[in-house]
Design a protein around this ligand. Structure first.
Ligand code: NAD
Length: 511
């Protein structure tokens, strides 16, 4: 079915955005809001937005008037009778949405589609209040709708496939990538998004690194636009914490999504983020104003001022050892070649998933002289490098390693012991959660990557990220994390384990 007349109920932030892109795609939109005057206000606001786009040269005057003409304000729900589909973007309340849909069923044609923009309610439960639940589907957009070019089309348990097919086609016509997803908590994007934030909070809770250090590593090493704690400040804990709690509980306390007491404490303390000028960071005039160490990075100790012992580099991961050896020689360090370190050597280990302590202990090294370096994301000059101490690494070892690895102008962050450093842990967790979304058949593997890239702005889709690092390496990291923490949070998804063992891409669907 091609939808040419769309009803839009609820003209707040989301409803306006959906109406705008539908009208721009040439669909007639009937705008209704329970609040008097709100639908007209929405039409005026959309027209102003379109005019601004024309001023910027992004639309012609003809396109603006054609789109504006498609918007029709209606005063009664009954005026939705001609709609071929109705999208609701009203208050996020199950009973109110069910009541609206059952009222609509008495108004619209038998084949009219009823779509919900809900983020957190079950589409199946909204449909349960309808005479014809097969006509109900999710049509989940992201804020701001015109800029977030993705829509999840959600099949409830009883949704007729022709209904979601029609919405997929409509979403594409509206200029968005439309992906099909099963009705499950968080659908694709909000489900996949749990990994980045909860693992960032976990690292903070373990005192592995400071807030700004975790964020810097995720930006500079892993290529994210912002780190997990900056992101929480941007979204606001009043929004994020309830979502974390809700998805965790809807999945019956799935440890992969376990929320953090650190976020809950800030929430109740009113440290919500940017909107209260105080969250994980301090803000003034919309910009980060503190703490001081978040603004300016402390310089590394100059190489000339430290006493640099010879380096002994662990061969546990030969390709990583070679990269560190090449770099050390380039910087002018003396590298030992013996199987065992001399009594003076600074011992460098290159863990994949393990912590520095486990490496020192397994390899019989003096932990006071041992330091770990994360090689997984490369050691290119100028790129941030992460070093990791054991709980008893000496200050002299730490300073020498910091000076050495910063000597070519690269930034260095020294963190406390953590299985998987910062970036390895967070990325492995993101990949694993996405693999489990695929394992549950919530969406096709390519659609998971598409939805996450467009919905969350990650540098790569999570499955492609896993492929770039190597599924076997991600599996090793998770197995090591599981060993160190004995926490089922890190249990690898069967989707990941099987594809890693078979040596195939994580995007490989079931045959
Ligand atoms: N804001 C987001 O980031 C976002 C993202 C994705 C999905 N959503 C979902 O979209 C929906 C709307 O969100 P929003 O942020 O635009 O909300 P909003 O509060 O800005 O707008 C809701 C509008 O619905 C109207 N309304 C409320 N009850 C109504 C009823 N019974 N009948 C008709 N109109 C009614 C209100 O007057 C208001 O204009 C929610 O279900 C929300 O979960 C929101």
């Amino acid at each position: 079915m091609t939808i040419n007349t769309l009803g839009l109920v609820g003209t707040g932030a989301m409803g306006r955005g959906i109406a705008q892109i539908a009208a721009q795609a040439g669909v007639e939109v009937l705008l209704f809001d329970a609040k008097e005057g709100a639908a007209q206000e929405a039409k005026t606001a959309i027209a102003a937005t379109l005019s601004k786009l024309a001023e910027k040269g992004k639309l012609t005057a003809e396109q603006v008037s054609a789109a504006t003409d498609k918007l029709k304000v209606i005063g009664n729900l009954g005026d939705l009778a001609p709609a071929q589909a109705v999208v609701e973007a009203i208050v996020e309340n199950l009973d109110i949405k069910k009541k609206l849909f059952s009222e609509l069923e008495a108004i619209v044609a038998e084949d009219c589609i009823l779509a919900t923009n809900t983020s957190s309610l079950s589409v199946t439960s909204i449909a349960a209040g309808c005479r014809l639940p097969s006509r109900v589907a999710g049509f989940h957009f992201f804020n701001p709708v015109p800029l977030m070019k993705i829509v999840e089309v959600i099949d409830g348990l009883l949704t007729d496939r022709a209904v979601s097919d029609a919405l997929l086609a409509l979403g594409q016509r509206m200029g968005h990538k439309a992906v099909r997803a099963k009705d499950t908590p968080g659908f694709i994007v909000n489900h996949a998004g749990r990994a980045f934030i909860t693992e960032g909070l976990r690292l903070l809770g373990e005192q592995v690194a400071e807030i700004h250090e975790i964020d810097r590593i995720m930006r500079d090493v892993a290529g994210f636009r912002m780190g997990p704690l900056e992101l929480l400040d941007l979204t606001g804990l009043d929004v994020s914490q309830p979502v974390m709690e809700s998805i965790y509980n809807q999945y019956y306390q799935e440890p992969r999504f376990r929320p953090s007491n650190l976020a809950q404490q800030r929430l109740v303390g009113g440290l919500l983020g940017r909107k209260t000028n105080r969250g994980f960071y301090h803000y003034e005039g919309g910009k980060i104003s503190g703490p001081a160490e978040a603004l300016d990075e402390a310089p590394a100790p100059p190489l000339a001022t430290v006493s640099l012992p010879p380096l002994w580099i662990s061969q546990a991961h030969p390709e990583f050892a070679k990269a560190v050896t090449d770099l050390a020689i380039q910087i002018g360090a003396q590298v030992e070649t013996g199987l065992r370190p001399s009594t003076k050597a600074l011992c460098i280990v290159t863990p994949r998933g393990h912590d520095a302590t486990t490496c020192a202990s397994n390899q019989g090294l003096d932990a006071t002289r041992t330091i770990a370096i994360d090689v997984l994301f490369g050691l290119e000059p100028g790129q941030r490098r992460t070093l990791m101490t054991t709980p008893i690494t000496s200050a002299a070892t730490r300073n020498a390693a910091h000076a050495l690895f910063a000597a070519d102008g690269s930034k260095v962050t020294v963190i406390r012991d953590s299985a998987g450093f910062v970036a390895q842990r967070i990325i492995a967790h993101i990949v694993n959660v996405a693999c489990d979304i695929a394992q549950q058949g919530i969406a096709a593997p390519a659609d998971i990557d598409l939805a996450v890239t467009l919905g969350l702005g990650y540098p790569k889709g999570p499955l492609a990220f896993g492929d770039a690092i190597g599924p076997k390496r991600i599996l090793d990291i998770l197995d090591s994390l599981l060993l160190v923490y004995r926490d089922p949070r890190y249990r690898p998804s069967p989707w990941l384990r099987r594809r890693a063992l078979l040596g195939v891409s994580l995007l490989t669907p079931e045959s």
